[in-house]
Design a protein around this ligand. Sequence first.
Ligand code: CTP
Length: 411
Amino acid sequence: MFVLVGVTGGIAAYKTVHLVRALVLDGHEVHVIPTEDALRFVGRPTWEAISRHPVTTSVHDDVAQVRHVALGQQADLIVVAPATANFLAKFAAGLADDLLGTSLLATTAPVVVAPAMHTEMWRHPATTQNVEVLRARGVHVIGPDSGALTGGDVGPGRMSEPDAIHAYVAGLLAGEDPEGTRAKSLDGVRVLVTAGGTREPIDPVRYIGNRSSGKQGIAVATAAADRGAEVTVVLAHVDSDVLREASAHRSITLERAGTAAELGDAVARLAPSADVIVMAAAVADYRVEDASETKISKDSTDGALHLTLVETADVLAATTAARRTGQTIVGFAAETEPDPDIRIERARRKRERKGVDILALNEVGWTKGFESTDNTLSLIGADGAVLATVSGTKRETAEALWDAVLAVRGT
Ligand code: CTP
């Protein structure tokens, strides 16, 4: 097969040497197309020696062979590793100011990108949107992994290991579509997701809230939508970048709910027409009994403010009590219990109490679970068995959750 390996300007370029070598050893004809910046990390002689073909970055070399489009036209697959934030932006915009850019526009072959950058750059809304654009165009995105980054910081942004990229690419070249079956696995399924944290008013100015950013719930919703589901999200308070991501997805309908009661009303109305319900929202367990109509002033409180908190209605328990045949219901449990055995046992009991098919157990704490991009979920099934324990980006844990839902539904 004719494989193009694009290399853009990141330190992970040195790892791509191993990827090229593995592809050559598989017997493929491999051509490397670095960007000018990539050559500052790994030089032309290395790429030429390892790929056994001449290497150029420019559209002005070898013009007689119309090389700027010929490579892309011939390619059976293009993999870009590492893919920098700058490259992803250029590719999303369709810019073609070098040989890699023209080759990518000239190809109809599968394209795989392996992002590598610092965590802040990966999380920037510009990068998030560019990646969404590329995914929507059918570009395969592998990684990034979480781990040590250049400069000593740790987080998501590390390029996937060359072996993992190689396995992924080899699968595609062998005719497997790693996302193909996934992409259609929820076709026509109606999904209702709740996300974010509710806010219970104390007075018109103040509220009691929680630290949920909505990231995990929105990752669950976008993963379902990308698998072909019709998704409605009942959205409590979420971070602004999370809201932007959810609003950008064309198969997601958003409905806002501020308080536990509003969320309960929305779910009661929408649940009957859903096939799968995922209650990822952090719903307040208590609300202020008598929220004040006017701002509470210190003049009236005499040194201390006493609020009476009363339990809110359990939306999830009400939803499972009213469930119709064929509905699959997933609950979440955020637990701070440090002992994993006790934590799982608590989650088992909670699953039974709430009557859900799957309970996604999320270990949280002062520095764990909230606001972060990564998460660990243990998925507890109907008989109390741990179906899977997954760590990774919230998108990756969301994919595992959908795999488990499909297994439970027997589809
Ligand atoms: N939940 C809900 N309505 C509430 C509170 C929680 O629907 N009023 C849902 C959450 O969306 C989540 C699940 O119930 O899916 C678990 O929430 P959690 O607060 O952990 O459950 P509790 O029964 O309140 O258990 P605990 O006593 O541990 O707080």
